[in-house]
Design a protein around this ligand. Structure first.
Ligand SMILES: *Cc1c(COP(=O)(O)O)cnc(C)c1O
Length: 324
């Protein structure tokens, strides 16, 4: 089933060393995995998940999709692009009220043909069911994709990503000791955890928690563990997982989701000015700051190889123009 996916991106995404940045942290060699370059309407980690989610929607005969997120949701933008390619009608439920001017991801989602529904309030819980009823009443069969595409179907994209990473590391003849990435709705992390077991990749994941608050009274770790347990069944994995296997780093999520602070701005500036690579204000900016802090303060073992998994998000920068 891991082979049954709808082609949406260009894989493998590049993996390369950050030479200039590594020179600033002599105890470490820093690599980057470029999922900002997946190629789907400016890329990002949701492309991998959507290859499985869209395949499932098509296999099961759906003709419309609903998903939800923030106004600057990268997931919504990539879902809009995926639906455009696959010929599915796309409905996005986004938080807040309709702005006068569409910027960043919201603009792109609109250009990609998605129907955008403004939830009106800032709260995260979304009422998929009533929208689904309305669309189904028009003779459609509507597939619901959860926030961030985070269920086991979507997470398979990151199981597959570990196979890809392992092949690249073998080719380059390097071993990675730590993998830093932004963890928010949990699907990326769950897929990586499962993929490491399935393909026998040894490394330590350091998921940087992005959200200050969890969505529906469930801790991020619990969400990740639930997806991992679904994956254990689906993939026939023998290992038993507990919360201890899906820990997240909570040192950098003091500010609310989507709040741009000097820390994210610092991280964005460092990578931009040392390597010519752009991070995003919500996820990778925060996670990259966390990684730099860990390196600077030697919170992880010196003389190790580090991988930052760049999960995308560039268009969101244009939604935060007034924050820079
Ligand atoms: C969605 C997203 C993440 C987080 O991935 P999850 O699977 O939701 O944990 C990280 N970075 C970017 C740019 C994203 O859009």
């Amino acid at each position: 089933m891991i082979e049954n996916k709808y082609n949406l991106g260009f894989f493998p995404t590049p993996l390369h060393v950050l030479k200039n940045l590594s020179e600033q942290y002599p105890d470490y060699k820093i690599f980057i995995k470029r999922d900002d370059q997946t190629g789907l309407a400016s890329g990002g980690n949701k492309t991998r998940k959507l290859e499985y989610l869209i395949q499932k929607a098509l296999d099961d005969g759906y003709d419309a999709v609903i998903t939800a997120g923030a106004q600057q949701s990268n997931h919504c933008r990539q879902t809009a692009a995926a639906c455009a390619k696959a010929g599915l009608e796309c409905h996005l439920m986004v938080r807040g009220t309709k702005p006068k001017i569409y910027q960043g991801n919201l603009l792109l989602s609109h250009l990609l043909g998605a129907k955008i529904h403004f939830a009106g309030s800032a709260k995260k819980e979304v009422d998929y069911e009533s929208l689904k009823k309305t669309i189904d009443a028009q003779g459609k069969k509507t597939y619901i994709i959860p926030i961030g595409g985070s269920n086991i179907t979507g997470a398979l994209g990151f199981v597959w990503a570990i196979k890809e990473l392992k092949e690249q590391l073998n080719e380059m003849n390097i071993k990675i000791d730590y993998v830093f990435f932004a963890s928010s709705s949990g699907g990326t992390q769950a897929g990586l955890v499962l993929g490491m077991e399935l393909y026998g990749l040894e490394t330590e994941l350091i998921p940087i928690k992005i959200d200050k608050d969890d969505a529906i009274g469930m801790q991020l770790e619990e969400t990740v563990l639930d997806i991992v347990k679904d994956g254990v069944k689906l993939l026939g994995i023998k290992k038993e997982y507990t919360l201890a296997d899906v820990g997240v780093n909570k040192d950098y999520n003091q500010e609310e989701y989507g709040v741009l602070t000097d820390k994210e701005k610092y991280a964005i500036a460092i990578l931009a000015k040392s390597e010519g690579i752009l991070l995003d204000p919500v996820y990778t900016g925060r996670a990259f700051y966390g990684m730099l802090d860990c390196l600077k303060n030697k919170k992880i073992k010196p003389n190790s190889n580090i991988l930052f998994w760049h999960t995308g998000g560039l268009p969101a920068l244009f939604g935060y123009a007034d924050g820079f």
